[in-house]
Every structure is written in structure tokens, then in C-alpha cells.
Design a protein around this ligand. Structure first.
Ligand SMILES: Cc1cc2nc3c(=O)[nH]c(=O)nc-3n(C[C@H](O)[C@H](O)[C@H](O)COP(=O)(O)OP(=O)(O)OC[C@H]3O[C@@H](n4cnc5c(N)ncnc54)[C@H](O)[C@@H]3O)c2cc1C
Length: 196
């Protein structure tokens, strides 16, 4: 399909690119309205313009169903929870998360927060609501003199171990490297000296 033809339909655009990238390329593009669930179980309509404004305000990206990366982003560790959120906001910073929380509050959306996605009971996803996905936020800062590490919301145990081991420090958080560190270790982690 020729690029010009493709750009004529927002459906075509949405099916090929994540919203933020699409919107950066085509500022006047219109997104279709999206049906979403509220906190009290009713259905609301999210206006395409509001979604577009949110997407434009993020460093991360907003993923809607039918976009190529949506399916991967909606999966959680426990495959029994095969849910389809209306919107997935992949936050790249605290400011992103604050904007998305404001959006969720303004629209009273059913919301789930996702970090490593390991919740055995599937609490980090939802059907028809908004997923605030902090998994792109994987920063770990080690303070070797105080023997503490501060991890961002989406950091995994592998990120924590990688950074602390460089200082010869460790913590007892766990052995499965793809477990979220913020929830299992509490965000602020006390470290001990590693021994052979
Ligand atoms: C295979 C496996 C191995 C495990 N190994 C260990 C281990 O070795 N040590 C250990 O301590 N635990 C372990 N756990 C348990 C694990 O720590 C908890 O399930 C933890 O909640 C997983 O965090 P997550 O970020 O990966 O999961 P998620 O499913 O992303 O999040 C878990 C819960 O926390 C909420 N949440 C996530 N981020 C935020 C946030 N920023 N603000 C508010 N709420 C948030 C989610 O909504 C969800 O309810 C393991 C679990 C599994 C499935």
C-alpha cells in the first residue's frame, strides 16, 4: 500500500505504528474513540483527541488494540490471565506515570499497574481498562557507602543484581531474574557484601 493511501485512514495508521510514533509523524492525525471500562463496571468512550493528547504528552508510548506491540505488552507471567486492556500506557518516567494516573482519574477508568508482570493472581492487567505499565522504568541507583540501592518501578531482579554486583554488593531478593524488583524488594533495597 502506498504511504499516502495508508495515511488516509486512522485505522490503517493505528494498525501499523504505536500511537506516540504515529502522532509524532502526523500531528493532525485523528484517532478513533475507544470504549473502556470504568471503576464501577460501566462503559465509557475515550475520545480519540484525548488519547492523542495523552500520547503526545508521554515520553513512553500509548498502545491501543490492533497495534503490533499491543499483544506482547498485554501478556503477563501467569498465562491464565489472558486479558485485553482498552489502553496500555508504557511509562518511561515518573512524570509519564503521573500524567496517566491523572487521565485514569479524570475518566474514572478501571486501572491496573504493571511492573514485572509476575502477579500470580493476574493483578497487573485488566479487561477493558487502562494498564499503567512501568516496565520501561528500569533504573537502579546504588549508593555503595550506605549499602542501599534505589530501584525504579519497572526494574527486574536482573537489573538490580547487575548494578549491585558491580560494587561487590548483593541482596536476598530472589533467584528468578525476571521478577519485578520494586514489588519483591520494596523499591529501596539494603545490600550486603558479596562473598565467593
Ligand atoms: C516465577 C516467580 C518467581 C518469584 N520469585 C520471587 C522471589 O524470588 N522473591 C520474592 O520476593 N518474590 C518472588 N516472587 C513474587 C513476586 O515478588 C511478586 O509476585 C511481586 O509482586 C512481583 O512483582 P512484579 O513487578 O513482577 O509483578 P506485577 O504483576 O507487575 O505487580 C505485582 C502487583 O504489584 C502491583 N504493582 C506493581 N507495580 C506497582 C506500582 N509501581 N505501584 C503500585 N502497584 C504496583 C501490580 O498491580 C500487582 O498487583 C516470584 C513470583 C513469580 C511468579
Amino acid at each position: 500500500m502506498k504511504r499516502r493511501t495508508l495515511l488516509q485512514t486512522s485505522l490503517g495508521i493505528a494498525s501499523l505504528w504505536p500511537a506516540r510514533h504515529l502522532l509524532a509523524d502526523v500531528p493532525s492525525a485523528r484517532l478513533a474513540d475507544v470504549a473502556a471500562k470504568t471503576l464501577i463496571g460501566t462503559t465509557t468512550s475515550l475520545r480519540g483527541n484525548d488519547l492523542r493528547d495523552l500520547a503526545m504528552s508521554l515520553h513512553g508510548e500509548l498502545l491501543l488494540p490492533d497495534e503490533p506491540r499491543y499483544d506482547n505488552a498485554r501478556r503477563v507471567w501467569n498465562g491464565m490471565y489472558d486479558k485485553r486492556p482498552a489502553v496500555i500506557a508504557r511509562c518511561a518516567s515518573v512524570a509519564d506515570a503521573m500524567r496517566v494516573v491523572d487521565f485514569a482519574r479524570a475518566h474514572q477508568l478501571l486501572t491496573a499497574v504493571r511492573a514485572g508482570g509476575h502477579s500470580v493472581s493476574g493483578k497487573s492487567t485488566c479487561d477493558g481498562g487502562l494498564v499503567i505499565d512501568v516496565s520501561p522504568m528500569q533504573g537502579v541507583r546504588v549508593d555503595p557507602s550506605r549499602r542501599i540501592a534505589r530501584v525504579e518501578g519497572g526494574a527486574l531482579l536482573q537489573h538490580l543484581d547487575r548494578e549491585t554486583s558491580a560494587f561487590g554488593l548483593v541482596t536476598t531478593a530472589g533467584t528468578v531474574s525476571h521478577t519485578g524488583a520494586a514489588r519483591s524488594a520494596g523499591g529501596l533495597v539494603a545490600l550486603g557484601v558479596a562473598s565467593d
